[in-house]
Design a protein around this ligand. Structure first.
Ligand code: 7TS
Length: 399
């Protein structure tokens, strides 16, 4: 059996999305900026995708959505623009973010700090993986140019209070950017209700293709262009549009929004069943209150078992899981989420992330419960035997 439980890293492209994209690799190949009919037929595809995305995130017609290559690019643009458009020639010099953002945000902030002297506050998470709007309040000043805080954390699935944080940001005249990569398709995302100025998304996290994302820009917010050139995307990001991928992202958003409304309970029920069963294993805990997490994610820590060993055993059984984020897996020892919850170094290695999707089935959950329990048992037996041998060797050292 093959079971994919790493949907926070990427998702399977929905076959309906592939179907929608296919003509744009073949007969509909025109440049959407061309004035002839080859261009206008692809232009229609772009317009439709735009409508699907605006509807999916509750944007108003006067707002902007600019297609990018991925959320990493969107985050880079949103944060660098805080420097180029608001800090460089203004009287603000401060950005607020959290310790647990994706590297796309953290590395960009660190670069602005080291190269340009921007002050950055990295808000810590508490033991349950959450952050509070009050903490943002306590750090924000009238020198804050941007607050950049993710909507849902990729490792724990914990949802952050974006509406309250937006209100605080605006009270101090700061812009509110959110990385909504892990929220789309899992939560209702409405930019207008949440008071968001800038929002990043990536199609491959909601069953669209990889290599296409977008930045939502609220009406009236002026950003310097990210890519200069032929003036596509209102001059904000030049370059011939990636029509098949944009069409795919639009369709994926339409489906994500539909499934989020009508199908998410089914995923949540499977996630809860999996979680309850795994928590029956002794000395395990899951990070984050279930009611405060997106409905597809579990980050579980198992005492005395190495995360890499678990991944190996699960992989042997055909199950794809992760030890936290794939992008940060090489520095798990310094994982701020696990440090925040007070996990010691041994425990820090045991964090296994299981993330479901609408394609996950109940049979796959049953199979995973069985294989997961077996893996923990096997690995705990190995470490017990190893400890015995070590103790014997210490008691009777070789001459
Ligand atoms: N932001 C968040 C919150 C993410 O989870 C990711 C990818 C990105 C940005 C980057 O998206 P990209 O499309 O630009 O690559 N997160 C993960 C993860 O959790 N495991 O692998 C990739």
């Amino acid at each position: 059996m093959r079971v994919y439980l790493d949907n926070n890293a990427t998702t399977m492209v929905d076959p309906d999305v592939v179907r929608e994209m296919t003509p744009y690799f073949g007969e509909k190949f025109g440049n959407p900026s061309s004035l002839h009919r080859f261009g206008s037929e692809t232009h229609k595809g772009i317009t439709r995708a735009m409508d699907q995305i605006y509807a999916g995130i509750g944007a108003s017609d006067s707002d902007d959505v600019v297609f990018t290559s991925c959320a990493t690019e969107s985050n880079n643009w949103a944060i660098k623009s805080a420097f180029f458009d608001r800090i460089k020639n203004g009287d603000r010099n401060h950005i607020i973010t959290t310790e647990v953002e994706h590297p796309a945000t953290l590395a960009t902030c660190r670069w602005l700090e080291s190269e340009f002297g921007v002050k950055v506050t990295y808000i810590p998470v508490s033991g349950d993986g959450s952050i509070s709007a009050e903490t943002v309040s306590s750090f924000i000043t009238d020198k804050t140019a941007l607050v950049s805080i993710m909507m849902a954390n990729n490792e724990t699935g914990v949802v952050f209070p974006i509406k309250e944080i937006s209100e605080i940001a605006h009270k101090y005249g700061a812009l509110m950017h959110t990385d909504a990569v892990q929220a789309i398709g899992k939560l209702r995302v409405n930019v207008r209700d949440l008071g968001i100025d800038l929002l990043s998304m990536s199609a491959h996290k909601f069953h669209g293709p990889k290599g296409i994302g977008a930045l939502y820009i609220r009406e009236g917010i002026k950003l310097s262009p990210f890519i200069h050139g032929g003036g596509q995307m209102g001059g904000l990001r030049s370059g011939t549009l990636n029509v098949p991928y944009i069409v795919g992202m639009g369709k994926a958003m339409e489906l994500a929004e539909y499934h989020q409304r009508f199908d998410i309970k089914r995923i949540e029920t499977m996630r809860n069943r999996l979680e309850d069963s795994l928590l029956q294993i002794s000395d395990t805990f899951v990070i984050g209150d279930r009611k405060k997490r997106v409905p597809n994610t579990i980050l579980i820590s198992i005492k005395g078992v190495e995360g890499e060993g678990m991944l190996w055993d699960l992989n042997q059984a055909g199950i794809g899981a992760a030890t936290g984020s794939a992008c940060a897996s090489e520095s798990l020892e310094a994982n701020p989420i696990l440090e925040a919850i007070g996990a010691d170094q041994d425990l820090a290695h045991t964090a296994i992330r299981l993330s479901l999707s609408r394609f996950t089935t109940n049979e796959e959950i049953d199979y995973t419960i069985e294989k997961f329990k077996k893996a923990v048992e096997r690995l705990r037996n190995i470490s017990t035997s190893y400890a015995k041998v070590k103790a014997q060797n210490e008691a009777y050292p070789h001459k």
